[in-house]
Design a protein around this ligand. Structure first.
Ligand SMILES: CC(C)(COP(=O)(O)OP(=O)(O)OC[C@H]1O[C@@H](n2cnc3c(N)ncnc32)[C@H](O)[C@@H]1OP(=O)(O)O)[C@@H](O)C(=O)NCCC(=O)NCCS
Length: 240
């Protein structure tokens, strides 16, 4: 859903926060999920994030933002991303294109410093591989390590994939007709959660560098191939 909208933020009032049960992150006791390199994105990824979101079809835009966001809405949303304050995570394919993006919006309100809102999108062709769930877990870890005790998601009630991810992670769901709020209580940060985040960051950086080198290598091979085909004998016989 659209992150950081005032309307949504307003709904996370103290009363409701207190009503959430102490479920904590189930992740702590779960079997290790598949390793998916997730990078923290920055200013220079803005254009790629925009391309990723513009690729979403009408229905996905509806699920992600709560309305059928037009290209200009998406452009405004991406322009408004504050990488200093919020956290944006991404998963890239071998060609380094962003195939999944998650936005963790920290509350700018001092009284709600312990809350953060999560929103995510995964490219159609990359769904069902666990990216959505892993991004959720990655964001929860970041939130936890930054002193947040409650992560929430505002989703349409029909969004069974998103709500399934939240429920499985231990979130409490509150349905209000066509919309549902999911609240995930986070345990306090620990040495383990800080170390895990550092290791995951390093792993993602390494993965990115390897993909970049591989891409460079393939580009070089393609250039050599093109050169070869442009030789006079049509690539069948090399000149002396
Ligand atoms: C929601 C979304 C992010 C899920 O991404 P994903 O990478 O496919 O999710 P995962 O592969 O991690 O799957 C998570 C779980 O949802 C289940 N799932 C996937 N698609 C589903 C669907 N259409 N209906 C029900 N469950 C579904 C998976 O089986 C999996 O469950 P499991 O862990 O028990 O196997 C993706 O569908 C999406 O981008 N949708 C459009 C935007 C959106 O809805 N964003 C969320 C609003 S904030």
């Amino acid at each position: 859903m659209n992150t950081k909208t005032d309307a949504v933020r307003e709904r996370v009032d103290a009363t409701r926060v207190d009503q959430v049960t102490e479920t904590g992150l189930k992740n702590e006791t779960r079997v290790a999920p598949p390793i998916i390199p997730i990078r923290s994105l920055g200013e220079h990824h803005r254009e790629q994030i925009l391309s990723h979101l513009l690729e979403l079809d009408e229905h996905d835009r509806y699920l992600r933002f709560g309305f059928i966001a037009k290209d200009e809405h998406i452009a405004r949303y991406v322009e408004g991303l504050n990488f200093e304050f919020d956290e944006v995570f991404g998963v890239t394919n071998r060609k380094l294109a962003l195939i999944a993006v998650a936005h963790l919006a920290y509350s700018p309100d001092d009284r709600r410093r312990n809350c953060a809102e999560f929103g995510v999108s995964v490219a159609k062709g990359a769904r069902g591989r666990g990216y959505g769930a892993r991004l959720f877990e990655r964001a929860a870890m970041d939130a936890r390590n930054n002193g947040v005790s409650l992560m929430f998601i505002h989703a349409l009630s029909e969004n069974s994939a998103m709500l399934g991810i939240a429920r499985k992670a231990g979130a409490v769901l509150e349905r209000h007709g066509s919309e549902t709020e999911a609240y995930l209580r986070l345990p306090p940060a620990s040495l383990n959660s800080h170390m895990t985040e550092i290791v995951e960051d390093h792993y993602a950086q390494l993965d990115y560098r390897l993909k970049a080198q591989s891409k460079q290598f393939h580009n070089m091979l393609a250039a050599i191939k093109a050169l070869h085909h442009s030789w006079p004998m049509g690539g069948t016989k090399r000149p002396d």
